[in-house]
Write a protein that binds this ligand. Structure first.
Ligand code: ATP
Ligand code: MG
Length: 452
């Protein structure tokens, strides 16, 4: 009760009634909303409920960007939403949402909710532990992160409902947290990352009051579960504006300890270039609408660290291939403590790394087998990146570029003479150490492809 009274006295509190912008006062039109989202809002409104397109989509349309997805907010509960649609599924245990399938579109419909207040709603750092109570539309606006993310567009009337001044912040291209910044970051430290990501993505200026507490509160990021951090980092790195976003992270004191190995990488002369080239390539692909692989990206971000540990192990006299695999394991497990790279990516990352030594082998049947490998494409792209950064000779990359497109006869002519005598075959079971190493890179020529 007292909290509520106090909260009301804080300046910048969201209004209870919205400022409604009619179509004449803003540029968003209903035909910018895909059919599925329009059908969902119409159906809900016909049934007597409020229904709006909300969040990132309205923001992006106002800023002249193309939205990724169109989320819908309503005062109907999930149980009231579900029967209105043929293919609707209630998902989520903690906070229940409805996924409505219309053709190929999946629309996320969420019920207005309020941020929970009270002693047991936060941990000792002020982090919100739950936000699963239904609320009014004004409360729903207030619990969102930035003013520009709290706008509601009604496709029927083409009105925008604004409780927090988001329309004027969009016009000024200003990113501003709703409510007192320190409290809002304490509630959810990921908002600091989101601020930097959104500012980079949409070329926004972070409002000084919103930016000021970030360096001081950066360490709160340690309380965020690694899986959540991974999701946000992935969004940031695959936003098409990763280069600016990383600059932003550094400028706001957020890069340290976030992607811990990135700190190390960024301090190495060659490493910086490797990451920059990789990110620039990823940004270009995203902006051109081409698919990008998170595994590839994380493989590039962590490679310098692998190389460093690998080189150190080799200098200690360890055998190259087992040393590479040990370095890979070490780097991935260090990473898992902060940003847990999901298992499904780990396997791909390891393949991309593990295939690199095989590019050095240009004799016999090995190059042919490598080209046929399931991960050849990604591993080859990775090799190109290493060549661009001077880690391997350009000549090696050019050779593989030619080899993969060459006709069989030309491929044959490109092969190098066998460099070493094939000791391993004649030795049979009692292979020497060198031969075993070679076999770890690549199985004997007569091995079945499945054995690879
Ligand atoms: P993007 O275009 O990258 O998806 P987005 O703003 O749509 O950006 P989402 O993660 O899809 O980001 O979130 C949808 C909406 O949910 C946001 O626009 C915002 O209103 C709200 N939201 C998301 N994350 C938070 C958060 N950490 N705290 C408060 N509100 C949030
Ligand atoms: Mg979104």
């Amino acid at each position: 009760m007292i909290r509520r009274l106090l909260a009301r006295l804080i300046p910048g509190r969201p209004a209870r009634t919205p400022r409604v912008y009619p179509a004449a006062l803003h540029p968003v039109r209903r035909d910018a909303i895909p059919r599925g989202a329009r059908m969902v809002t119409e159906k809900l409104q016909e049934a007597g409920f409020k229904a709006f397109v909300v969040g990132g989509a309205v923001r992006d349309l106002l800023l002249g960007l193309t939205p990724k997805d169109f989320d819908i907010a309503t005062d109907a509960t999930p149980e009231q939403v579900k029967p209105l649609f043929r293919r609707a599924y209630i998902i989520g245990r903690r906070f229940r949402l409805v996924h409505v399938h219309i053709g190929a579109e999946v629309l996320e419909v969420s019920t207005f909710r309020a941020a929970q207040t009270g002693e047991d709603a936060t941990d000792e750092h002020g982090r919100l532990l739950s936000d699963n109570v239904y609320g009014t539309q004004a409360e729903d606006a207030a619990r969102r992160d930035f003013t520009i993310n709290a706008l509601y567009f009604d496709p029927a009337s083409e009105e925008i409902w604004d409780y927090v001044g988001g329309v004027s912040d969009c016009r000024a291209r200003r990113l501003k947290l709703i409510g007192p910044p320190t409290t809002r970051y304490r509630e959810d430290p990921v908002r600091m990352l989101r601020a930097v990501r959104l500012a980079a993505k949409a070329s926004l200026t972070i409002d000084p009051r919103t930016a000021a507490p970030i360096p001081k509160l950066a360490s709160l990021m340690h309380n965020v579960p690694p899986a959540r951090l991974f999701d946000e980092m992935q969004k940031l790195l695959l936003s098409g504006h990763a280069t600016e976003a990383l600059q932003g992270l550094r400028a706001h004191g957020l890069s340290r300890g976030l992607l811990p190995l990135l700190d190390v990488i960024l301090e190495q002369p060659n490493g910086t270039r490797f990451v920059e080239v990789a990110l620039a390539g990823t940004d270009a692909r995203v902006r051109a609408g081409k698919p990008v692989s998170p595994a590839f990206l994380f493989a590039t971000l962590l490679w310098r660290e692998v190389v460093q540990q690998w080189d150190a192990a080799k200098a200690r006299g360890e055998r190259p291939i087992p040393a590479l695999h040990a370095a890979m394991e070490q780097v991935l497990s260090a990473q898992a403590e902060r940003i847990s790279v999901p298992r499904r990516f780990e396997a791909n990352i390891k393949e991309i790394w593990g295939l690199q030594p095989r590019f050095e082998q240009r004799a016999g049947a090995r190059p042919q087998r490598l080209v046929e490998h399931e991960r050849f494409r990604a591993a080859y792209d990775f090799l190109l990146l290493r060549a661009t950064c001077g880690e391997v000779p350009e000549e090696l990359a050019t050779w593989w570029t030619r080899f993969q497109d060459a006709a069989p006869a030309e491929r044959e002519a490109m092969l190098r003479p066998q460099e070493a005598p094939k000791t391993r075959r004649s030795r049979g079971r009692g292979r020497g150490r060198k031969a075993q190493e070679a076999a770890a890179i690549d199985p004997p020529d007569d091995a079945h492809p499945r054995d690879i």
